[in-house]
Design a protein around this ligand. Sequence first.
Ligand SMILES: *[C@@H]1O[C@H](CO)[C@@H](O)[C@H](O)[C@H]1NC(C)=O
Ligand SMILES: *[C@@H]1O[C@H](CO)[C@@H](O)[C@H](O)[C@H]1NC(C)=O
Ligand SMILES: *[C@@H]1O[C@H](CO)[C@@H](O)[C@H](O)[C@H]1NC(C)=O
Ligand SMILES: *[C@@H]1O[C@H](CO)[C@@H](O)[C@H](O)[C@H]1NC(C)=O
Ligand SMILES: *[C@@H]1O[C@H](CO)[C@@H](O)[C@H](O)[C@H]1NC(C)=O
Ligand SMILES: *[C@@H]1O[C@H](CO)[C@@H](O)[C@H](O)[C@H]1NC(C)=O
Ligand SMILES: *[C@@H]1O[C@H](CO)[C@@H](O)[C@H](O)[C@H]1NC(C)=O
Ligand SMILES: CC(=O)N[C@H]1CO[C@H](CO)[C@@H](O)[C@@H]1O
Ligand SMILES: [Zn+2]
Length: 713
Amino acid sequence: MKAQSLLLLTAAIGAQACQREHDWNKRRMIKRQEIDTSLATLDENEQLLVDSFDATSIAEWSYYYTHGDHIAGRNKSMAEWTAMKWEEGGFTTRLDEYYVYLNYPVSQSISLTLSNGSTIEAQLVEDILEEDSVTSYPNRIPVFHGYSASGDASAEYVYVGRGQQVDFDRLVALGVELEGKIAVARYGGPFRGLKVKNAQDHGMIGAVIFSDPGDDGNTTEAKGVAAYPDGPARNPTSVQRGSVMFLSTYPGDPTTPGYVSKEGVPRADKSNSVPRIPSIPISWLDAQPILSALNGFGTAGTEVNRTNWVGAIPGVEYYTGEGSGATISMSNKMEDNYTTIWNTVGIINGTNQDEVIIVGNHRDAWIIGGAADPNSGSAVLIELSKAFGKLLETGWKPARTIVLASWDAEEYGLVGSTEWVEEYIPWLKNAAVSYLNIDVAVSGPMPDFSATPDMHAISREIMKKVIWPYRNTTDRTLFDVWSTESGGEIGVLGSGSDYTAFLHRGIAAIDMGAGGGPGDPIYPYHSNYDSYHWMDTFGDPGFVHHKAMGQYLTLLLYHLATDEVLPLNPQDYVPELKAYFAELEDVVAEYGSDNTTLDLSELESAISTFEEYSSQFVSLRQFAIDSKNRDLITVQNHKARDFSRGFTSQGGLPEREFYQNLIFAPGLDTGYAPVTYPGVTESITFRDDWEAAQEWVSKTARAIEVAAAMLKT
Ligand SMILES: *[C@@H]1O[C@H](CO)[C@@H](O)[C@H](O)[C@H]1NC(C)=O
Ligand SMILES: *[C@@H]1O[C@H](CO)[C@@H](O)[C@H](O)[C@H]1NC(C)=O
Ligand SMILES: *[C@@H]1O[C@H](CO)[C@@H](O)[C@H](O)[C@H]1NC(C)=O
Ligand SMILES: *[C@@H]1O[C@H](CO)[C@@H](O)[C@H](O)[C@H]1NC(C)=O
Ligand SMILES: *[C@@H]1O[C@H](CO)[C@@H](O)[C@H](O)[C@H]1NC(C)=O
Ligand SMILES: *[C@@H]1O[C@H](CO)[C@@H](O)[C@H](O)[C@H]1NC(C)=O
Ligand SMILES: *[C@@H]1O[C@H](CO)[C@@H](O)[C@H](O)[C@H]1NC(C)=O
Ligand SMILES: CC(=O)N[C@H]1CO[C@H](CO)[C@@H](O)[C@@H]1O
Ligand SMILES: [Zn+2]
């Protein structure tokens, strides 16, 4: 199997809400003179919505969410409080409960034995900071991996880089023995669960995953920047918790693939979607002695010749480590639990009940705080509900039904949203117009969006209606800052947050948020320091970005729910489908050999058909508008709502039935980052199966034709 590096050529790597890894180096430099920087005029309703936003109240909601345990399945009162706040804004609310498999930490330990017999215990706790009250809560949550396997492992260990399949291929090529060893992997790159899966697939018996200041650019202590709480660099003891589910195979409750988790339902074997070997996350401080014990043994980091292999932990040379004589003894004890989770759901009925816009944010966090992930989004949604409450008071009614969702158990593997979609799929297939996701609304000042192509135009238009307070300026629009500072490209949706179940049932979706760019404070993702204090001091002092992101989401929702002509543009799929096609041709050229053939003409012709019918759609929609033909506008609105269902295939992608969208999917070995035309691309890059690739060309072409047919006049 060859390297997957090409998959990352996809135009934009995309925003992945629970984890954003935007490659800021790749951003296009757009000059401000080249774009429209003026603030668009707002109508009365838009103005009322925008003016309703208050940073001080957002800070108050944030404070509430970030001062109590709200790991999945453990804080019903927070779900109820959310419902109460939304009720105040005029939403009718309820809690939707599911009975799901989760596991909670009991005890974790790692001890290192050096070749001379000395032992060192890993600290495995983050420092208590006087400035940050939640870091000393007696019920603060241990460092662990959600859905990790209970077990002990004691063995020599190997440094495996980011732990992607290509990293393991490299180790195998170097002749490093992996069987029976423990993997020590660096965070970043693929979703953490896939690092553990790859280790397990190579016969390894445990995995330890560490954070590395090498991912922090110039904002490191080694380069003279103070660490949190004194400065914006990473605190050396901070640990990234997180799920180790095999996210690219299946999200949702791993014991109920494809059906709703209620009490009493049959439970499936989960071994294909969660690891069998134990894993534990550690800080870079704990990683330092473990990795430096490998210095001089095996192949030096610089000789391994893999990108991102060498990090920046002082004193560590990132050797592979065979023959060091050092061993790790790890123990991971988890408690398995079937337990209730609560999605808060709030509804304002629209006049057209067969058209629904869903806005979702998850509520559960790995830590007491969660000020960025996910509760910056939660705080924003309360302010949004208040804004719509004010609009309702003026007598306004939405044309389309609005559903707000506060998902539980996203962190374990998109559980609350996936189970909900599985429960309501008949209704959603008929009525869902689009799904708007806001997970980490703010962890820095750089706005970032990923969306299905039909939402690109409206997403950009709304950016012109909001001021984005970038680096102390107060007169730049979100569109201006996004275009010139963040690169001005809307990403492709992969996975990593709650839009996944919607996207893979053919529903238009957008994911939004703002993160840190080079030089910005290091976001302490999934650590105890993702706290209110960090947010207020470094992430978003004054909560100004929270406010602006909330205004954006509110206006986007307002237009989707109100505009007589549904603001979705199916025709905007055309340039994207063509760009993905060009990328696929590159993949074929790169991976093909003399005896491989792949005929892409069916796909090319399907894209042409789509182009033709979508342009018929545009003409007829314009005719309906010009002739003020309401019935015809409704017909066209329904086409815009429905056509993307055509991109899905009942049977799903090869060996992953859940992932039905044949245009984009999370990469099998990336988990977060997207792959386009995944059936074809991964048959080539993963399986080297050109016959299968040819079949997937046909299946993908047929899906595009089905979507096209729905747009036909
Ligand atoms: C639930 O969250 C709230 C708000 O953060 C907190 O006050 C409360 O203590 C939490 N409940 C539990 C049982 O931890
Ligand atoms: C073993 O080696 C480590 C690292 O070089 C050193 O710090 C420690 O003192 C040594 N222990 C003994 C018992 O020699
Ligand atoms: C770090 O600083 C150096 C020197 O100022 C600069 O060239 C480089 O681009 C910076 N790197 C990042 C990731 O910001
Ligand atoms: C890594 O690449 C360098 C330069 O091409 C080469 O000299 C070296 O042998 C390579 N290392 C290994 C372990 O293959
Ligand atoms: C909204 O519409 C649904 C379906 O018609 C109905 O069951 C529900 O009672 C309505 N809710 C409100 C608050 O009017
Ligand atoms: C914003 O202004 C404050 C106060 O003048 C200053 O301390 C801070 O460094 C400025 N921030 C940026 C990003 O320029
Ligand atoms: C291509 O054909 C040659 C000769 O028949 C064979 O040795 C080689 O393994 C084939 N390569 C692939 C990728 O199938
Ligand atoms: C730790 C934990 O949440 N344990 C729960 C496991 O499930 C049972 C039944 O649902 C609960 O009573 C426990 O509290
Ligand atoms: Zn999240």
